[in-house]
Write a protein that binds this ligand. Sequence first.
Ligand SMILES: C[S@@+](CC[C@H](N)C(=O)[O-])C[C@H]1O[C@@H](n2cnc3c(N)ncnc32)[C@H](O)[C@@H]1O
Length: 391
Amino acid sequence: MNPWAQFYTPQSAGQLLVSAMHSKQADTVVDIGVGSGQLLRAARARWQDARLYAADIDHQHVEAARNCFPEAVCRKLDALRICLPAKLGLEEGQADVAVCNPPYLPVTDLPEIHDILRAADLHDCFSAKRVTTEIIFIAQNLRLLRPGGELAVIVPDGLATHSHYAELRQALCERHGLYRVIQLPDRFFAGTEARTHIFYLRKQGKPVSTIRLVGATPNGDLAEEVAIVPDSARTRLDYSFYAHAVSAPLATITLRDLGAEIVRGMFTHQECRKQAFPFFHTTDFKRFPDGRVIYPGHVDYPERWGARAGDILVPRVGARCLHYTAKVVSGQPVFTDCVYRIRVEARWRQAVWNALSSEAGRNWRIQAAHGVCARVLGKEVLLNFPTRVAE
Ligand SMILES: C[S@@+](CC[C@H](N)C(=O)[O-])C[C@H]1O[C@@H](n2cnc3c(N)ncnc32)[C@H](O)[C@@H]1O
């Protein structure tokens, strides 16, 4: 158990994060949740004359920061409190640059949270039950920055990809000039499975015409950039998704456009086993190597439980199975909640099957899934799957 989510930035990532920022000059630099100080160290190397401010909730980190940065203001503070700027000895709107690798934790009901989000103009763009510490840290950094001041913040994959945060991403583009996202390599932080990204923002900055997405290797080398229009940020902001989407030779008619019905199974794998249903789970894809699923006879289950001839099945969740595709040829297996049943009009079936089972389609699904170990493909995301359909 790590109650303060203490995972530390490797030195290479500190340098990478800072070197991709635009600010040529900075008089005041802040690092909230300074930890072992890698980000502040990289910032000090770049903006050598800047006055440094650091805060952490862990007094050992604050002591260590005081030793490493004797010239800095280092305070033991809870960054989730509205009084953060005053306690740090800064006015709101005073900092030129903020660097941050925040903790990723759920936020329990704190009365000040709404005021912090409101002060950063981020109070109206996600549901209250989705508030997490990293969002509060983003808001606090924005409070501390002057208009036009720059924030580089390391965020979890969900903020870049999940539909729950579509409006937050839009707000960061429209209200705080989000201009670049760097995707860090998977499992970059020792002790975590997380995929992370660096968001680059300018407080109250105008929306940019294109957002630059790029992937980083563990040594800090950068892949070729992909530029997206800010409208796409609502959908997602991860480099790997667009890098594959760009190379995929697929047209833009989506499963949604084709009126596809996508449902996940009603029962867990365990429930299916207990009930002795003839069932189809993710482990069954490899039993049908040509993708043609054949089950014996007719079973009288409610229609919603099972798949029937013509339905396409794809994994919803899994570690190494997301590339599979299957189509039901006979029988009516109950499908588990790890599997999606895709139903489209008969005239589109072959095209949808070809697209989903093609190499580009399989890559698309793998890249579109969230998470690192057990990856999950969201239904809303899958509805956006592009299919090539002959006119
Ligand atoms: C993910 S670590 C990152 C540390 C460091 N910035 C780095 O990049 O290596 C998050 C840091 O935030 C600190 N932290 C967690 N909750 C905090 C809070 N409520 N207020 C201030 N700091 C907090 C932790 O002690 C930890 O040092």
